[in-house]
Design a binder for this molecule. Structure first.
Ligand code: ADP
Length: 721
């Protein structure tokens, strides 16, 4: 309280200097606080300042935080709550230390010093006063230097350093009077008077005190005036002038009462209590809110935890199911792989089996052909040797059986060839109309045998020359007409060929073979195309056959790019039809018109080398050649054949293909190295791996297939000799 007068002076000077500085937000709030305090509304001032601190903290504005903490500390100081004030002001001072030095920082440090003074903690008061002084010196704030000195003097006085204090006060008193140092001078006079009284220099004391009273006549600083009056009373009491002492004391008390009334009003202790209570209430509410917030947060985190657990569970389940799925998939893959391997093995086995079957059939048919050639050959020779009448029937039966077996074996070989993809489609120039006429002519006798009419209807629009496989086409048509003639008696068999479409040099032809024969039951319509399938046992007994003809026909049509169709009504007849496309040929076919050779004459005395290892076939061939007066030499292996061909002149060589040692093809190749002219005709029971083209490529001129038809045998030899 003793120092508050100096302090007020100091603040007024600071505020004055601040107003001359740039007005910042802190100055604005300082100025805002004053009217409220002036209106004695500390409560509102406290809560306003508190709000401003929160606001400054939120916006992270250090300068405003420092300034507002100073304001709050100042309010606490006014309300004499020095501990609260020190706490708040220290916070402000620490915030200011991070900023540029400024007047409010000086005020803060100074106020802290004041608080310590009030608490009579002089050493701390001096520390903060010095701190304030350093910054105020740096800032060179006018009019405040004296106040600092005054304060220092008061501090020394409090610490009983009376001489130091007197020196300071007297320096201030010695300064010339002016309005700005008036108050400092009054205080210095009062302080000096006070000390001189303590030093028992009463006159000196009275002198200084009266000067102070006189100078402060117009001052409204009641507290200072009351202090001076009290000091005067003390001096008079000391010099035993009781009545004067009493008079000053009374003046002092009157003034004191006025001050107390004013201060009680101004400092509004209730306001502080209320403010503190509201502060507490706020804290409680805030705590409550925080608790609620925490509860909310904890509820939220609980929810999050539950969700997280649920999510983790779902993910775990998902991973588990994926893992299991993976295992199952791997197992299935393994199983599939195993099955695949098994299938692969089965497929390989099936392929091997099919290949083995083909090889077997080929070998069997080949092996059958050679003895069959012997049977057919001997039957032919015996028939030529004018047998007795009873022997003739047997020989005919023998020939029939031989022919049947030959046909059967040929058909098996044919199917085998097609199924092994060994059957190649020819692309040769041919005359379709001629081909059909030839077929018709070749079947004339068969037609007559069953009293059938064989009619040929050819579309005039069909181009004369086509490119395709005439051999396979003949095979198909021959087979179908053969069947039709076989299963029809006293009826008509028609071979119809129509031009279905002509486009881009491609002629699509429609072929139909119909008859008025026995017909095929509906339930057998599709099965007649299966191997070894015949209409019925009765049919087989009555008409014979192998059950392979239609199988071959169907397969051949498929190879040529068509599809066979069959319609039939039992007792009325059957119709087989198919369509095939042929490229139209621009060049006419060279028709080889074979002159009718009298081969009997041509063959006489010709010299033929026969290369054949089978003894029976040697015998038959020799006999057949001798019958035509041909001179022949028989060799049973390839090596000797080469020597014989080199050392002798032959008109022709009949070369068996399958020979011990080097085979017929290799022997022919050797012979061709020194003899390019002698005709060489292959005599072979063609197997799966052989075909005409392959044999001709070794240098052979022609191929006669065993078992051979004697007429073909002679005519072919005659052609090349
Ligand atoms: P096959 O050698 O027995 O004639 P195919 O395969 O040629 O063998 O014929 C199978 C069966 O189809 C025959 O047995 C017969 O029952 C029937 N078939 C074929 N062509 C005719 C036809 N034109 N008329 C009546 N039936 C036929």
């Amino acid at each position: 309280m003793k120092w508050s007068f100096v302090y007020l002076l100091f603040l007024t000077s600071l505020l004055y200097s601040q107003q001359r500085e740039k007005i910042d937000s802190t100055a604005y709030y300082v100025s805002l606080n004053y009217p409220l305090v002036d209106n004695n509304n500390y409560k509102e001032a406290l809560s306003n300042t508190q709000k401003k601190i929160v606001k400054a903290e939120r916006s992270n504005n250090i300068k405003e935080q420092a300034s507002e903490n100073y304001n709050l500390g100042k309010l606490y100081y006014d309300l004499k709550k020095y501990n609260d004030a020190i706490g708040t002001l220290l916070k402000s001072a620490s915030l200011y230390s991070s900023l540029k030095p400024n007047t409010k920082q000086v005020a803060t440090l100074y106020t802290i010093a004041m608080c310590y003074m009030e608490k009579e903690d002089f050493s701390n008061a001096e520390i903060f006063l010095n701190k304030a002084k350093v910054i105020q010196d740096f800032l060179k704030i006018p009019d405040t230097a004296e106040l600092f000195s005054l304060q220092k003097g008061i501090l020394y006085k409090s610490e009983n350093k009376l001489d130091e204090a007197l020196t300071i006060f007297k320096t201030i008193i010695a300064k010339p009077d002016n309005s700005s140092n008036l108050n400092s001078k009054i205080e210095a006079l009062y302080q000096t008077g006070y000390i001189e009284n303590q030093n028992n220099r009463s006159n000196l004391a009275l002198n200084y005190l009266y000067k102070a009273l006189e100078l402060g006549d117009n001052s409204d600083n009641l507290e200072q005036r009351s202090n001076i009056l009290l000091a005067l009373s003390t001096v008079y009491e000391k010099i035993l002038d009781k009545s004067t002492a009493y008079s000053y004391l009374k003046q002092h008390l009157n003034l004191k009462e006025r001050i107390t009334i004013r201060n009680n009003k101004r400092l509004g202790i209730d306001d502080y209590t209320k403010f503190k209570q509201s502060q507490r209430l706020k804290e409680i509410i805030q705590n409550n809110n925080e608790i609620k917030e925490q509860e909310k947060t904890s509820k939220f985190s609980k929810l999050i935890s539950i969700l997280a657990i649920a999510l983790i569970s779902i993910l775990s389940l998902l991973s588990l199911s994926l893992y299991k799925n993976n295992i199952i998939r791997n197992q299935s893959n393994l199983l599939l792989q195993e099955k695949n391997n098994e299938l692969e093995i089965a497929k390989n086995k099936a392929e091997k089996a099919s290949k083995a079957r083909s090889e077997f059939l080929s070998t069997v048919s080949h092996e059958l052909r050679t003895p069959l050639n012997a049977i057919n050959g001997i039957a032919h020779l015996l028939l030529e040797e004018k047998p007795k009448k009873n022997q003739l029937d047997y020989l005919h039966s023998l020939k029939f059986s031989g022919d049947y077996l030959t046909k059967f074996i040929n058909e098996i070989l044919e199917i085998n060839k097609i199924e092994s993809d060994k059957s190649e489609v020819e692309q040769t120039n041919f005359n379709l109309k001629q081909l059909l006429f030839d077929i018709k002519n070749s079947l004339k006798e068969l037609a007559v045998a069953n009293n059938n009419d064989l009619v040929l209807k050819i579309d005039e629009g069909i181009p004369d020359y086509l490119i395709g496989d005439p051999t396979k086409l003949s095979q198909i048509i021959l087979n179908l007409i053969n069947n039709a003639l076989k299963f029809t008696k006293n009826g008509t068999i028609q071979l119809i060929t129509n031009l279905e479409m002509l486009e881009d040099k491609i002629a699509t032809l429609y072929f139909e073979i119909n008859d008025t024969g026995i017909g095929i039951p509906e339930d057998k319509l599709s099965s007649v195309f299966d191997s070894f399938s015949q209409g019925s046992i009765e049919v087989n007994r009555k008409y014979g056959g192998t059950g392979l003809g239609l199988t071959i026909v169907k397969k051949l049509i498929k190879i040529l790019g068509g599809k066979i169709k069959l319609t039939s009504i039992v007792g009325k007849g059957s119709t087989f039809s198919f369509k095939l496309a042929f490229e139209i040929s621009q060049s006419p076919v060279e028709v080889k018109v074979l002159p009718k050779i009298d081969y009997d004459f041509k063959l006489i005395n010709k010299k033929i080398l026969v290369v054949e290892d089978n003894k029976i076939n040697q015998m038959i061939t020799r006999k057949m050649l001798h019958n035509k007066k041909i001179i022949c030499e028989i060799i049973d292996n390839g090596e000797d054949a080469i020597d014989w061909a080199r050392n002798n002149k032959f008109d022709l060589i009949l070369m068996d293909v399958h020979l011990p040692g080097i085979n017929g093809t290799v022997a022919t190749e050797h012979i061709r190295s020194f003899d390019k002219t002698t005709p060489i005709i292959a005599l072979t029971a063609i197997s799966l791996h052989e075909n005409r083209e392959m044999l001709l490529s070794f240098g052979m001129n022609e191929v006669i297939t065993k078992p051979f038809v004697p007429e073909d045998f002679y005519s072919t030899i005659a052609e090349y000799i």
